[in-house]
Design a protein around this ligand. Structure first.
Ligand SMILES: [Zn+2]
Length: 433
C-alpha cells in the first residue's frame, strides 16, 4: 500500500498478506473462474481481468499469460465481483454488554483508534465503500481523510459525522444520564427542536466536513429510552433538514422503525429509510411513489434479537425493544422487496460485529431476494445512488480496480460472500488467495 508501510510484506492475519503494488508499471492479472460484473445477469467464465495503475484495462476470455513483472491472482476456483458497498455502518463503535457504562468512560481517542481497527476489518471482508451513518465526535470524518490520503487501509467512507435527533430521541447522546452531567445538547451535538435548529445542524455538518446527513426519525432499539418506534421529528422538521441538505448537496438518511415516523420522513423528502421495521402498506406505497430507497439492516435486527435471549445482556429498557424488532425486520424486508420498494444493501454493523457485514446476503436471500439481485444491491445500485457509478460498483474497462474474490459460486451458495479471499483497492492487493 501507499504510505509508511509501502514496500514491505505485511502480515495482517497469519494467513493474509498485504503488499505494495510494484513500483514498476507491472499489471495485476486476475485469473477468474467466474466474473459477476455487478450489472448484468450473465456470468462470464474463465476470464482474465487486468488492473493497471489502479484501473481495469482489459477483460478477456481465457487466462492471459503474464508479462515479466506482472502479478497473477489465481481465482480459477472462485468468483470475481466488484468491491462491495455497505450503506449503513458505524465504524467507530461496536455494541457490547458494556456499551451503556462505556458512554461515560470512553474519550474521542478511544473511538478514533477503534475506528481504524474496524475500517481494516471491513475492507478485508470485501467492503470497499461504506456509508458511515453516525459517530460520536466526527472521528469518522478524520478516518475518511486518513484513508483517502493513503495513511491507513480501509474502505471509501461516505461519512455522516454526528447523527441528528431531537431531545430524548435516538441520537441524543445524553439519554439516560443523571442530571448532574451536562445533558441539554443542541444542534452542534446533533439535537434539534424546531426548524431553525434543523437548519443549523445541517449547516454545522457542512462545516464539519460530512458527506451526508443522518437523522433518527423514530426511537431506536439501543438508546436508553422507552420507545423504539415513536415518531421523534415533526414533518416540518424533516422538511427543514432535507431542504437545507439540498442546498449543500447532501442526501439524507433516516433511521426509522415505526410506521408514522417512516411516513413523515418519506413525505419530508429523505432519500433512504434505514431499518423500516414497522413499515406499513401506506408507507410502502409512499416509498414507491417517491422513489425512496430502503436499507433493511436485517443483520442488526437479528443480532439484537439473539442477544436479547440472554436476560442480562441489554439494559432493562432495551431488551423488550430488541425482542420485538428482530423477527419483524425480516418480515418487512420480504414484504417490501415483493412489493417493489427499491433496496440497497446495509447492515448497521457496529451493532453486529465489524467484518461480519456479508452475512446480510444470506439474510436477504433467505427472505426472498435472488442471489444475483442481492449482489447488485450491494454493488452497482449503491454506486449509482452515491453518484460513484462512473468509478466503482461494476467490473468494466475504465472503472477502478476495486475488486473482491470469493471461493466457489455465490449464486449457488450465497454464504460464499462471507468467505472473501481476494480484496483489491487503490492498486493494492490487501488479501489474496
Ligand atoms: Zn445505525
Amino acid at each position: 500500500m501507499r504510505g509508511r508501510r509501502g514496500g514491505f510484506a505485511f502480515a495482517v492475519f497469519p494467513s493474509l498478506f498485504l503488499w505494495a503494488s510494484a513500483a514498476s508499471q507491472a499489471a495485476t492479472l486476475i485469473h477468474a473462474g467466474r466474473v459477476i460484473d455487478g450489472v448484468s445477469d450473465t456470468v462470464k467464465t474463465n476470464q482474465t481481468v487486468v488492473v493497471d495503475a489502479g484501473k481495469i484495462t482489459a477483460i478477456e476470455p481465457g487466462y492471459r499469460t503474464p508479462a515479466a513483472g506482472d502479478r497473477v491472482i489465481d481465482l480459477k476456483q472462485g468468483t470475481l465481483l466488484p468491491g462491495l458497498f455497505d450503506m449503513h455502518v458505524h465504524l467507530s463503535g461496536e455494541y457490547s454488554k458494556n456499551s451503556e457504562i462505556n458512554s461515560y468512560k470512553r474519550n474521542e481517542a478511544d473511538f478514533a483508534i477503534d475506528s481504524v481497527v474496524h475500517a481494516e476489518r471491513t475492507l478485508l471482508a470485501g467492503f470497499t465503500t461504506v456509508r458511515d451513518l453516525g459517530d460520536e465526535y466526527r472521528e469518522t470524518i478524520s478516518l475518511r481523510n486518513a484513508i483517502n490520503a493513503g495513511k491507513l487501509p480501509g474502505p471509501r467512507i461516505i461519512a455522516a459525522g454526528k447523527a441528528i435527533g431531537t431531545t430524548g430521541g435516538h441520537a441524543d447522546p445524553t439519554n439516560g444520564w443523571a442530571r448532574r452531567f451536562p445533558s441539554n445538547p443542541g444542534p452542534d451535538d446533533g439535537v434539534i427542536n424546531g426548524v431553525d435548529d434543523a437548519r443549523k445542524a445541517v449547516r454545522q455538518r457542512y462545516k464539519d466536513g460530512s458527506d451526508t446527513i443522518k437523522i433518527t426519525a423514530t426511537g431506536g432499539v439501543l438508546s436508553i429510552a422507552k420507545s423504539g418506534s415513536n415518531p421523534q421529528f415533526t414533518e416540518e422538521e424533516v422538511r427543514a433538514i432535507v431542504s437545507t441538505a439540498r442546498d449543500y448537496g447532501f442526501k439524507v438518511a433516516a433511521h426509522a422503525h415505526g410506521a408514522e415516523g417512516i411516513k413523515r420522513a418519506v413525505r419530508g423528502g429523505v432519500d433512504t429509510i434505514e431499518h423500516g421495521t414497522f413499515l406499513d402498506d401506506e408507507g410502502i406505497k409512499l416509498m414507491k411513489e417517491r422513489g425512496t430507497f430502503y436499507v433493511p439492516t436485517i443483520s442488526a435486527g437479528n443480532w439484537v434479537y439473539q442477544q436479547a435471549q440472554n436476560a442480562d445482556f441489554f439494559p432493562a429498557v432495551v431488551r423488550p425493544k430488541a425482542l420485538a424488532v428482530g423477527p419483524q425486520i425480516q418480515a418487512t424486508f420480504a414484504k417490501a422487496y415483493k412489493a417493489g420498494v427499491k433496496i440497497l444493501f446495509g447492515t448497521d454493523t457496529g451493532v453486529s460485529k465489524h467484518g461480519d457485514n456479508a452475512h446480510e446476503f444470506k439474510l436477504m436471500v433467505d427472505n426472498g431476494m435472488p442471489p444475483m439481485e442481492a449482489i447488485r444491491v450491494a454493488t452497482s445500485a449503491p454506486a449509482k445512488f452515491l453518484d460513484l457509478d462512473d468509478k466503482v460498483g461494476s467490473i468494466a474497462v475504465g472503472k477502478l480496480g476495486e475488486l473482491v474474490g470469493v471461493p466457489g459460486n455465490p449464486l449457488e451458495d450465497i454464504t460464499a460472500m462471507e468467505r472473501v479471499v481476494f480484496v483489491m483497492k487503490d492498486n493494492t492487493v490487501y488479501k489474496a488467495p
